[in-house]
Ligand binder design. Structure first.
Ligand SMILES: O=C(O)CCC(=O)C(=O)O
Ligand code: NI
Length: 182
C-alpha cells in the first residue's frame, strides 16, 4: 500500500460451493465504501486451490488509475438507494479488455487496490468448494467520505467528512518502525 500503517477494516469468508454459485459481477470494492483513499486494499487469501474454473477472481489491471469510482449496484445491476454517479458499464464491456487471473494454491493470496475492477465466474469445475478469507485494509490516507449510503461501521460511529479512520473500530495491525521507508 505504501503506507506506514495498516488497519483491518473488516473481514469475511467468501465461498463458492460447487454447483451452487453464481458469477460475481465486475465491480470496484471502493464503490461500496464511504472512504476516500489511495491506500486501501483487499487481500484475497485462498483457502482452497483456486483456478479459473473454480471461480478465481479476475482483474482489469490499471483500472484504478483514473481515480473513477463507479456507483454501487446490486446483483441485478440496480443502483444502491442514495448512491450517485455513473454505474459500471455492463459486464460484457469488460470482457474485451486485458484481464488477469491467478491460479492460487490454498494459502496463496492476491491483493488489489480498492478501485481495481474485478469479478469472478461461478465455480463451474465443481471439484471442491472455493473458499477465501478476504480482509480489507486501510492505510494512512484513508478518510471517511459520505457517498449517500451508510456502511455498517458508520452507523456504529458517526464519522465526520474527511475524518481519518484511525479509530479503534479498525485495529492497527501494522506500524512501520520510525526511520524505515514506507
Ligand atoms: O470471491 C469472489 O469471487 C469475489 C471477491 C471480491 O470481489 C472481493 O474480494 O472483493
Ligand atoms: Ni470485490
Amino acid at each position: 500500500m505504501g503506507s506506514r500503517t495498516a488497519r483491518l477494516f473488516y473481514d469475511e469468508i467468501i465461498a463458492k460451493p460447487p454447483g451452487a454459485s453464481r458469477p460475481t459481477r465486475w465491480h470496484q470494492d471502493a464503490s461500496h465504501w464511504c472512504i476516500r483513499a489511495e491506500q486501501v486494499c483487499t487481500l484475497w487469501l485462498a483457502l482452497d486451490d483456486t483456478g479459473l474454473g473454480d471461480g478465481a477472481v479476475r482483474y482489469i489491471p490499471g483500472s484504478h488509475a483514473d481515480g473513477r469510482i463507479y456507483r454501487p449496484v446490486d446483483g441485478a445491476g440496480r443502483p444502491w438507494p442514495g448512491s450517485a454517479g455513473d454505474p459500471p458499464p455492463p459486464d460484457g464491456a469488460f470482457e474485451g479488455l486485458y484481464i488477469v487471473s491467478f491460479a492460487l494454491e490454498a494459502g496463496d493470496a492476491a491483493i488489489h487496490q480498492a478501485r481495481v475492477v474485478h469479478g469472478s465466474s461461478a465455480n463451474t469445475a465443481g471439484r471442491h468448494n472455493r473458499r477465501a478469507y478476504v480482509t480489507r485494509w486501510l492505510g494512512d490516507d484513508a478518510v471517511y467520505s459520505w457517498r449517500g449510503f451508510d456502511m455498517p461501521v458508520s452507523v456504529a460511529v458517526p464519522f465526520e467528512e474527511g475524518q481519518p479512520l484511525d479509530h479503534g473500530l479498525f485495529p492497527l495491525l501494522y506500524e512501520q518502525a520510525a526511520g524505515v521507508p514506507a
